[in-house]
Design a protein around this ligand. Structure first.
Ligand code: NDP
Ligand code: 8X3
Length: 252
């Protein structure tokens, strides 16, 4: 029987690359995000190309009711989830504390922290019922260090690091694996979102070196998700070769 992966934020970047990687390898996919047209077109592409089943779920992870109503209504055959990838997330702005926009702070906290908590809480009962499960939380090098202008984004990723550790301790008795993946800079739509569509600012983030690509992260996540039952990668930091930590790059 095919395995099932549930991916949040599958309409772009890492989440979309994850869906393609798992589907290519015969996994059925539950893909979620807010942009319905992108979900529907990705679902069609995966079903046609890789002959897997795909359930698109339009979910805003910031909304507690959206998360619990829609995940609670998943048909029974889809509840047999093997892997949850808590990937939906974003950064907004790089202003220092004194200039920062409070709405940006709210959105980052509501999405990156509260959204991840809601989705985890909605799916863990399926894992417990089926006596299996693997949660893969997307953190970042921003979970390991803090850089100027990174303030609340870094704080949300530090929080996800702590949540990951707590989940690992508290879900151990059920045999549920919990992994944190901490990538450095990757050329997804992340910086377009951070700079609210300002392409020149976004492109500058990735100039002078080769950043990670979404497929690099999808390959890594797929590897972590397919280890033997007795092996769990707990915390994996991955950067491009030109990046040493959250803020130190070798740019030409
Ligand atoms: P993208 O902007 O390319 O993709 C982000 C995804 O998150 C989209 O599918 C978006 O879907 C989804 N998303 C955002 N807000 C919500 C929401 N409220 N509800 C549901 N889905 C949402 O970024 P990345 O792929 O780069 O980022 C994915 C994760 O990886 C994030 O958690 C990010 O913090 C983390 N990360 C990124 C790095 C990078 O350099 N790119 C490095 C380290 C970590 P939609 O808009 O359709 O809802
Ligand atoms: C995303 C990478 O460097 O913008 O988590 O924090 S960075």
């Amino acid at each position: 029987m095919s395995k099932i992966v549930f991916i949040t934020g599958a309409t772009a970047g890492f989440g979309k690359a994850d869906a393609i990687k798992f589907a290519q390898n015969g996994w059925n996919c539950i893909i979620s995000g807010r942009r319905k047209e992108r979900l529907d077109s990705l679902a069609k592409e995966l079903e046609e190309k890789y002959k897997v089943e795909v359930l698109p779920l339009e979910i805003d992870v910031q909304s507690r009711t959206d998360v619990f109503d829609k995940i609670g209504a998943i048909p029974e055959k889809w509840q047999n989830i093997d892997v949850l990838i808590n990937n939906a997330g974003l950064a907004l702005g790089t202003e220092n504390f004194e200039d920062a926009d409070l709405d940006n702070w709210d959105t980052m906290i509501d999405t990156n922290v509260k959204g991840l908590l809601y989705v985890s809480k909605a799916i863990i009962p399926f894992f417990i019922a089926h006596k299996k499960g693997h949660i893969i939380n997307m953190t970042s090098t921003a979970a390991k260090d803090v850089y100027p202008g990174g303030n609340i984004y870094c704080a949300t990723k530090h929080a996800v690091d702590a949540i990951t550790k707590a989940q690992r301790i508290e879900l151990l008795k059920y045999g549920i694996k919990v992994t944190a993946i901490a990538p450095g800079a990757a050329d997804t739509e992340f910086s377009q979102v951070r700079f609210k569509g300002d392409t020149s600012k976004a492109d500058k983030v990735y100039t002078g070196y080769e950043p990670l690509h979404a497929e690099d992260i999808a390959d890594t996540i797929f590897y972590c998700a397919n280890l033997p039952k007795h092996v769990c990668i707990n915390d994996l930091v991955i950067t491009c070769t030109a990046q040493a930590n959250a803020f130190f790059f070798d740019k030409k």
